[in-house]
Ligand binder design. Sequence first.
Ligand SMILES: Cc1ncc(COP(=O)(O)O)c(C=O)c1O
Length: 506
Amino acid sequence: MQIPKAAQAVLAKVPRGLASRLERLASKLPIVGDLLRAEQRKIGESLKAQVRAHRPTELQSDELPAAGVEPGSLLEVLRRWASAEAPAWRDGKMSGGVYHGGEAHLRLLEQVYGLYSQANPLHADVWPSVARFESDVVRFTARLLHGNPSHPDDAQAVCGTLSSGGTESIMLALKTYRDFGRAERGIRHGEVVVPSSAHPAFDKGAHTLGVKLVRVPVGSDGRADVARMEAALSRDTLVCVGSAPSFPHGLVDPIEALSAMAHARGVPFHTDACLGGFILAFAQDAGFPAPRFDFELPGVTSVSIDTHKFGYAAKGTSVVLYRGKHLRRHQYFTTPDWSGGLYATPGFAGSRPGALIAQAWTTMMTLGREGYVRNTKAVLETAAVLKAGIARIEGLRVVGDPLWVVAFTSDRVDVFRVLDELAKRGWSLNGLQHPPAVHLCVTLRHAEPGVAERFLADLAEAVRAVKDVPVGEGGMAPIYGLAASLPFKGVVSDVLAAYVDALYDA
Ligand SMILES: Cc1ncc(COP(=O)(O)O)c(C=O)c1O
């Protein structure tokens, strides 16, 4: 959807709020609306075509098969599909995504899944072992983060629950603070104050829960600015947030200063350690300095931390922790008068996959502290090699001083074209905006022999390939260019939604 350059220059100066009102108004004018809809249809069709081109086609049908497919032949097909997809993650070609992926670990998790595939902690009477796994994982994690689950004062005891992932842990924490704010702090509407680099899960949570999200610009070092964050607090603030680290540039916000500031103002403070908690907790033992971010700091009242990232469990679990059992109570949902009986759940879900909880427990039990320290060392050492290697490539600059999520940018080449060139060489990295940059979240997959060297060689080649090449068609470069230049973010949102449509409708 192209908007002429001259119009863009004018529109770029229009304040954001006014821009989105204008956009809504424009789309209501019949002719503009028709043009927009026609363009959206075209974009939707082209996205569907792209999605279709990458889909496996065997066994395709719109309907449930009349007679079931013979399991042996189905498994044969699944093996083929999975092994075609495996090299991308197994050979360390992606940023983040797969955090362990070691052969023996995966075989172990498979066996655990087999034992617990039917288990559901909603029926704790039938699967008491699963209920124990969950409480163990929560307590192990609380202790790792300097919390004391057995504190004699319930208001200081660190407790929590498991969720399905980082986004759900964050949404649960926001629900807890919304209900705590209403019940105990006299807050009617409620605001959540986050640095601009905080994960979109906070937008999603605030939107879903009907509270306002206040995004505060980060400082010139890419980290939360304590003074600006403080200025954004109000009597309506439900919780103040910092990331350890943030997803985009892998930078740890000044959690110590932020949480002390929030504490002094009587505001709860949440550390989003979804990405970093299981690295930062072991970094010192692995020989690397690590900032303080957890319950060691008196102002930190909750933490989200993902077992399914550097906790090395299978996808589908995360931990949300609170300082004080009174807080966790606000996360629960209870229904005493339903015709279906008495009903209580700790979080948003009803039934939950017991097998994933069993896998998370197995992972922690088999790795032990030593295993996590060993893995953290491997990740941080590999990241140091990559950071130094990237800084040596002419034209590239590492953003800030990250630990293991290494973002790079450039004043000389279009980094989104570098991203496209890397994609041609099989690498799946993340594009970042404001300013344009690319990041690689280093995992154990990159610590395998030869991976870091291969990445640096491909990156140097990608930079050489895009030097002096004008921006062309296709790939991510024009899409990010468009997103950055449009004041009408609704247009970009429509394209993103059309992509999600395509995943279902292709
Ligand atoms: C800092 C941070 N918070 C939250 C999340 C959300 O986690 P999930 O994708 O498991 O929902 C992520 C994901 O990368 C993250 O990096």
